[in-house]
Write a protein that binds this ligand. Structure first.
Ligand SMILES: C[S@@+](CC[C@H](N)C(=O)[O-])C[C@H]1O[C@@H](n2cnc3c(N)ncnc32)[C@H](O)[C@@H]1O
Length: 485
């Protein structure tokens, strides 16, 4: 593929290589990284893309003046210099056409461009999102101040010419910063959102939500995640760093319950909306830092059969990993867009007894040096097994069957004392009700194991509850009555 500005732009460092060579380079890069870190994991052959150009569904363009005319393009690598280009090979054709029209309109309307050095002027960038399967488009004008002359005219011209544009927004960023969108955007046209179809489900997103850049490869990644997890329908799945709920919701039909955790409150609103519009009823979402959630889950002894994590480039935290392992999930699925932080985090998982023999790569970013990795971890199986042969019956060296029955009776576990039984005992004997969180707190203070409270997820959003003295005493009495202590 030929691109005239490839050297200046730096966005596609592998563009000159045949696609097969690009894939080999990514495979080798991850294999060498694992080897250098003494991680014995086999890397399965990378899953290459069919669409290797025109795949980017999110684009940010800058503007500059060239010979008195407004031109648009991507920024040069590690700089804010705009590389004028009419046609980026990685953008869908429709996006290239919209950018071109916007540039022409801005020029004819004599819109002032923002000057980063002096902090003067109006237009900073334009962000475009494209929902590949529904063909819906979102346009966001990022300006340095709210007043935007001719914007009504500009909006009317764009929506008339491109019926695919479902919404147009303006985001005001007055600070001298390189961040593209700092504040909430206000709607100039449409609903402020677009919806795409992914893995047979509808996902609505805003300008700020995370959504994988390559639609088709994202579907293959999620299919692989499903295959690796091999859910039975009985599992409680925790989807951390869940964004607008894409991974968790695609797993929801194969498990008992999905809990999604995400720091961006707007994404959680969308995740809930996405569950609703797809008629998914076994999913709940919490807006919280994933590490904090994990710490609380550890404190409250929440049980999850599967934990999925898909953090940003920086990876996750040691505390997240330690807390996650302490919950003893059967499986942990780690999806990462940066192999270096993945390797760092895998070492901690391995140290804590979780292991994996294989790792998969999905090429989400053709022509770049980035690669997506996916690895399933499960708890290490025993190092060795002792085989013993026992013969039952009468006579020397045999174990009599009646002895087994006696022993079984002796070691029969006591029936489980539930929170409800304790609540009922307290209410009957003391005349007041006690919250499950109080029971958990008393049990914890006595060094006992605690179990899921029925409203466990709700509780995670609140600080721990310390029971008043009389309630703590009543709960302790109930625990004695039931011979828990
Ligand atoms: C790589 S994206 C994955 C999103 C989603 N799993 C998907 O595939 O669309 C990472 C997500 O983590 C969120 N995030 C970043 N830091 C976080 C944190 N400390 N706790 C929870 N979520 C966080 C981001 O807002 C983003 O939505």
């Amino acid at each position: 593929m030929k691109c005239n500005v490839s050297k200046l732009c730096g966005g596609c460092p592998y563009l000159a290589l045949p696609y097969e060579t690009q894939l080999q380079a990514k495979q080798k890069q991850v294999e060498e990284l694992l080897k250098a870190n003494h991680l014995k994991i086999k890397v399965n052959p990378i899953i290459g893309a069919q669409k290797i150009k025109g795949y980017r569904n999110k684009v940010i363009v800058g503007f500059a003046k060239h010979k008195g005319k407004i031109v648009s393009g991507l920024y040069a690598a590690h700089s804010h210099r705009v590389i004028a280009t009419r046609h980026c090979l990685m953008h869908p054709e429709l996006i290239n056409r919209i950018i071109q029209r916007i540039t022409e309109y801005l020029d004819s309307m004599k819109i002032e461009l923002y000057n980063e050095r002096t902090g003067t002027g109006l237009l900073r960038h334009v962000l475009i999102r494209y929902a590949q399967n529904t063909k819906e488009v979102m346009v966001v004008f990022v300006t340095a101040r709210p007043q935007f002359p001719s914007r009504r005219n500009l909006v009317n011209l764009l929506v008339k010419e491109f019926p695919e544009i479902k919404t147009i927004l303006q985001s005001v960023n007055a600070r001298q910063t390189s961040v593209v969108m700092e504040n909430e955007a206000f709607i100039l046209y449409g609903e402020g959102v677009i919806t795409d179809e992914l893995c047979g489900l509808d996902f609505t997103m805003t300008a700020n939500s995370f959504y994988q850049i390559h639609h088709d490869q994202c579907e293959r990644l999620y299919q692989l995640a499903k295959k690796k997890l091999h859910l039975s329908g009985r599992e409680k799945v925790l989807d951390t760093y869940c964004g607008i709920g894409t991974i968790g919701l695609t797993l929801a039909d194969q498990c008992k319950k999905v809990t999604g955790v995400e720091i961006n409150a707007d994404s959680i609103v969308l995740a809930k909306e996405n569950a609703k519009q797809n008629h998914i009823r076994n999913a709940e979402f919490v807006s919280m830092d994933s590490t904090k959630f994990m710490m609380e889950a550890k404190r409250f002894h929440h049980a999850f059969d599967v934990i999925v994590l898909d953090p940003p480039r920086a990876g996750t935290t040691k505390t997240f990993i330690e807390s996650a392992c302490s919950l003893h999930p059967k499986k942990i699925l780690y999806i990462s867009c940066d192999p270096r932080t993945l390797v760092r985090d895998l070492k901690t998982f391995f140290r804590l007894g979780y292991q994996s023999k294989t790792l998969d790569l999905v090429d989400m970013f053709p022509n770049t040096d980035h690669v997506e990795t996916i690895v399933l971890l499960s708890h290490k199986s025993p190092d060795s097994v002792i085989n013993a042969t026992v013969e039952f019956g009468e006579g020397e060296g045999k174990v009599p069957l009646n002895k087994i029955a006696e022993r079984t009776k002796k070691y029969q576990p006591k029936p489980k004392i539930t929170y409800q039984m304790i609540q009922e005992y307290v209410e009957k004997n003391y005349g007041f009700k006690v919250h499950t969180a109080y029971i958990a707190e008393v049990k914890r203070s006595l060094g006992l194991t605690t179990y899921d409270a029925p409203n466990a997820i709700e509780e995670l959003k609140h600080p721990r509850k310390h029971p008043p003295k009389e309630k703590a005493e009543a709960i302790t009495e109930a625990l004695k009555y039931y011979e828990v202590i």
